[in-house]
Structures are given as structure tokens and as C-alpha cells.
Ligand binder design. Sequence first.
Ligand SMILES: [Zn+2]
Length: 340
Amino acid sequence: MDKNLEDYSHKRFNILTGEWVLVSPHRSKRPWQGQNEAVNNEKRPSYDESCYLCATNTRISGDVNPDYKGTYVFTNDFAALQSDSPSFEVNDGLLQAQSETGICKVICFSPDHSKSLADMDVPGITEVVTTWQREYKEIGSKEAINYVQIFENKGAVMGCSNPHPHGQIWSQSSLPNEVFKKDNTQKAYFADKKSSLLGDYLSQELNGDRDRIIYENDAFVVLIPFWAVWPFEAMIAPKRHLNSILDMTEEEATLYAEAISVLTKAYDALFNTSFPYSSGIHQAPTDGQDNSHWHWHMSFYPPLLRSATVKKFMVGYEMFGTPQRDITAEGAAQRLRDLL
Ligand SMILES: [Zn+2]
């Protein structure tokens, strides 16, 4: 790797979104005098009677959760998207609006209130993966649904109000902004080169210095992307060019679960805390179009910077200019790799 990238301020290009990130490696040693986040390393009970996601408890809607044993999925009681709203458009000069419909669901990963993905075993995580596959297929097959966004918010610092292990699915009739950008870049590259943009990037990483690779198995790569914004941002991507999570074989689904397990365990070990993050899967839209340019992947955006209590803020220049990071992607990958 070019030595200048370790010592001098520069910007890196995100091939998937077409946007830049500012990297300032010389700043990573500056002292911190700002806010510290409170850490809660208290062990939670396996069952909490006040938790609306624990088995057999009553939710605010009045529905009672079944005595579920593995994963459990239900329609969000406070959905951000409504499936029954009317179709309308506002075109009033420069004021433009369109109706948006969708379906929002909640997925409990386990009945055990005390666990996170990092604490679950690979068979347990594999069941989460097969649940994602089932929901993506079922929701995506609906006429009005053209994109299915699977994600998880973990930790109070990420605005997650309930520590019970769970994720969400928001699906809708149009492509969300981030997906729209990645759809365009991958489509253009695929049309030009007849190969996968992300697949070619992974090949370059695997055949290069490997200084951004955290872990790999037969089917998946876990790495810090060259253009990562968040300090310990990571990506899990299949080595094969697969459009969506439905294209995985059963064996690949298990290897994907293994990759999730390795990464989340390393995260927890990094600052000796239950590591907060937002993670999400970007994959082929369910709009019935030719989406063969898509190479699905899962991204993790964790906010912690240098300890369990010091968080990275996206403020000032990052709000008004460009996202910026101090610790390099290579430095972050090294630290996570050392924990495996
Ligand atoms: Zn619970």
C-alpha cells in the first residue's frame, strides 16, 4: 500500500455509493476531552417480564408473544410505513411528494433476553439467516414491495430502546437513497465490464496486501472497506457473485452465520463491551427487473472510536462537507484481526 495513506490527509472513493470520505491519519493521536458514553456491562436476565419482545409477554398492541424457541417475526406495532395508505402525488411547483407504502416487521433473534448475535452459537445465527431469507422472499414477492431492507440497531447509543436481541425489516415501494446509489454504480460497472463491481473489489483485496481483511472462510470475506467511514466499519460479502441472500446454498448460509459470529465476537472483545452498531444488508431490489448487477453484502456501522465510552460524532464538517475518519481502515482491520 502507498505509504502516504498512513501519514497524510487524503480522501478515499467509495465505489459503491460514488461518494468520498476524508481520512486524517495524523490526527488519531490527539487527546480526547469530549463526551464519554456510559457503559452498561451488567448481565441481563434470560427473561424480563417488562420486555415486549420476550416470549409469552403482552405487547402494547395487546398481542401476546408466543412461547417461541428460535426466531420470532411480527409486524411492527408502530410501523413507519403503512401498507394501506392511498396512492397520491404532490407536484406543486418545487414542492414534490409521493405516497410511499410498505411493511415493517420485527425479528426476535432468540427468546433469550440476555444474548446478542455475538453470544449466540452458529446454528442459532444460521436460523436468523434463514429467517431473513424467508422474509425477503415472502415480503419481496408482494406486488407493491420493490425493496426489502433488513437491518439491526444494537445498543442504546444507536437509539435502540430494547436490549432484547432483535432486528427489523422495512420494505417499501421505492428504492431507499443508499440502495439507489449502489444500484446505479453496480449497474454501470456491470454493463461496462460484464462483471461484479464488488466481486472485482474483493478479488483485488484478496490478492493484494490483505491489510484490510479481518477474516475469510470458503464463501465469505469480512473486511474493513478501503472507503469505510465509521472507525470500525466492516463488511461481510460473499466471494461468489450472488444477487441476494436467496442465492446462497445451505452450506453458504452456515458460513455466512460463522462470519457474523466471528465479527461480532471480535467487536465485543475490542473494547470489552457489548459493541453497539447498526448493521444492514444491501441486496437486489424485488422490483421484478433484471438485477444481475447486484452483489449483496452486509455492512456494520459501529459508532465507538477508542474505548467503550468514546463515540465518534458525525458533526460540523461531516454534516456540512464530507464524512471524515482519523484511524485508517488498515489500522482498524489490524486491531480486529489481532482479536481473532
Ligand atoms: Zn426480552
